[in-house]
Design a protein around this ligand. Structure first.
Ligand code: PGA
Length: 253
């Protein structure tokens, strides 16, 4: 399985800037192989990037969607609309959505359903806060987030999971390899309990302050199937350096 490098551009970049970054990333990866790349631009740039995308270029994803397919929901974007604008993936349950927009586990489940309804592949983000880690609740938090998100879901529905400890996102503090390995193992157990133990395994990415300096040591963790990168995905040079770190032989696990 190729490892995955995903870039979450968050609420950054105008259309022209997004196109320029996408083009540089696509050119940098062309012919390099070894890594499967996704980018999550702001919704305003999705359609332009889809138009510019060539075969083999990074795939596109939306950062958020409504639970509803259409209707009187001013300001919302349906998963179907994101799909039609060029998205194949979607982030669901990102900690910024959970924390700043009060998205509950129940809402996360509804958004996963919306993603599958629109034939998007969701990247489900899970992770504990610093207070939860200090209280040694990490395993329980991950179990709760995954169980509630996947309740009633088909084990065959396409899915990627990103382990993103909240305290590591945008802070420059990166989780230690042992913490990442342990959390990924717990997530795998939960996915197996949810009926996802069979081949192909559900890829589990790590996210939280991944940068060109720490990428190689994180990529060496056997349970890491890829990265979800925020800040360092906003410059082609740093994103491509992270791709390079992931490109080696995927560790066996
Ligand atoms: P970061 O963000 O790489 O800037 O920590 C990761 C994310 O929010 O997905």
């Amino acid at each position: 399985m190729k490892r995955i490098l995903a870039g979450n551009w968050k609420m950054n970049l105008g259309v022209a800037e997004a196109l320029a970054l996408f083009t540089s990333v696509a050119e940098g990866l062309r012919g390099a192989g070894g890594v499967s790349c996704l980018v999550f631009p702001p919704a305003t740039a999705l359609h332009a990037l889809a138009g510019a995308r060539g075969p083999g270029d990074p795939k596109l994803g939306a950062q958020n969607c409504s639970t509803e397919p259409k209707g009187a929901f001013t300001g919302e974007i349906a998963a179907e609309q994101a799909r039609e604008a060029g998205a194949e993936y979607i982030l669901v349950g990102h900690s910024e959505r959970r924390r700043l927009f009060c998205e509950s586990d129940a809402l996360v489940r509804q958004k996963l359903k919306a993603a599958w309804r629109a034939e998007l592949t969701p990247v489900l983000c899970v992770g504990e806060t610093l207070a939860e880690r200090e209280r040694r609740e990490t395993r329980d938090v991950l179990a709760r987030q995954i169980q509630r998100a996947l309740e009633g879901a088909s084990p065959r529905a396409p899915l990627r999971v990103a382990y993103e400890p909240v305290w590591a996102i945008g802070t420059g503090v990166v989780a230690a390899p042992a913490e990442v390995g342990e959390a990924h193992a717990w997530i795998s157990e939960e996915l197996t309990a949810a009926g996802r133990g069979d081949e192909p395994p559900t890829p589990i990415l790590y996210g939280g302050s991944v940068d060109p300096k720490n990428a190689a040591s994180l990529a060496a963790i056997p349970a890491v199937d890829g990265f979800l990168v925020g800040g360092a995905s906003l410059r082609a040079e740093s994103f491509l350096a992270i791709a390079e770190a992931l490109r080696g032989d995927p560790p066996a696990h």
